[in-house]
Design a protein around this ligand. Sequence first.
Ligand SMILES: *Cc1c(COP(=O)(O)O)cnc(C)c1O
Length: 421
Amino acid sequence: MSRLIDLAIESHLLNFKHNGLNAAEDDPFFVMDLGEVTRQHRRWRLHMPGVHPFYAVKCNSDPPLLRLLAEKGTGFDCASVEEMRSVLGLGVDPARIIFANPCKSASSLVFARQAGVNLTTFDNLDELETIKSYHPDCRLVLRIFAYDKDALLNLSQKFGAPEESVLSLLQRARELDLNVMGVSFHVGTGACNAMPYLLAIQQAKGVFEQAQKLGHRMSLLDLGGGFQDYNFEQIARSLRGALGDGFPSDTRIIAEPGRYYARSAYTLACKVMSRRRQIGSLAKLKPDMLYQNDGVYGSFMNVLIEKETIQPFLVPGSRHGSKRQSGPHCYSIWGPTCDSVDCVVNQTIIESEVKVGDWLKYKNMGATQFNGFSKPRVVAYVDSESQDYQKEASCLGIPLPVEKGCVESITAWVAQESLKA
Ligand SMILES: *Cc1c(COP(=O)(O)O)cnc(C)c1O
């Protein structure tokens, strides 16, 4: 699979050589493997049968990713009007969207109502009043407080109704004649084990009972996100055991995986702009320093937020060919800003010497939140799951044969879309 990604990166860099120096040559870029999403979806269906995934768009809203998921039949967790627009723009039925933001603006509720998005979360009394005013027929899902002290990122500190408030919320919803029909939680991003899910499911059972006593007809359980690659099967197994009983038999179970689908599909390439070799006595104390064109204020935000460890690889076919020292070299890697916090990795081993003008690739970069910074462009979409062996890398821009996979119809679609824009 990674051979296909390497080919796409190399072909992009080769294009530069043909076209001469231009500004784009100094920009970081992504290559995306649609096949990775296909495999993750297959894995989900195998291990979480009966749990319908609603992809959390905030994780990565790249249109071809959304389109592929739409084709595969997932639902979508949208947190804003922009996210609903992106998904609806693909022709997705609004019934496949949950507006999963428990603290919404009035105008976003008006948008949802007009667009036919008829399912949203809430976690406080005031929100019920807003919903009553702007989208009174919306079906409601009570987001309860779930806490995972070990998660990489804990969102429940911001959202989720504490247990003590549940009864008042359900009663007030009755008084306002609002339709509460489900319970949701989100244990936070990057759950280490099944424990927080199991606790939250237990709590949700209690909320179902309370709600039904008050006359709400409960039929939806939403497990939120937080699923990771390395322990997915283990968590799925525990969840299958816990979801069996305690809920009405017609309960629909959904989840909101984000990074699970997006993370592994994107590989980032960054260019080394400068290098400081340590000289004299410092050479024994500190690794040489590489300065690249993307850092913690861009694609490497997770280094700051989640203390993620980052492993770069030298892009094969980078410049200088054989004129580099072979064997492992130790480096620290820095982003392009003048802020000293902008350190991508303090100390890492790369398989050979790295020189200015070289490119480094970083895998698993698809789940980065950009918080307003512009995202590097995706320069190629490949599909390692495609069975089409005939096509050539010429569709990547160069006449290299590809062992497996090719740029798919999705790329044609992207091209069409950019023509329209
Ligand atoms: C961010 C978020 C998700 C997705 O989280 P991942 O860790 O990326 O799976 C799901 N649900 C809600 C409510 C979120 O805020």
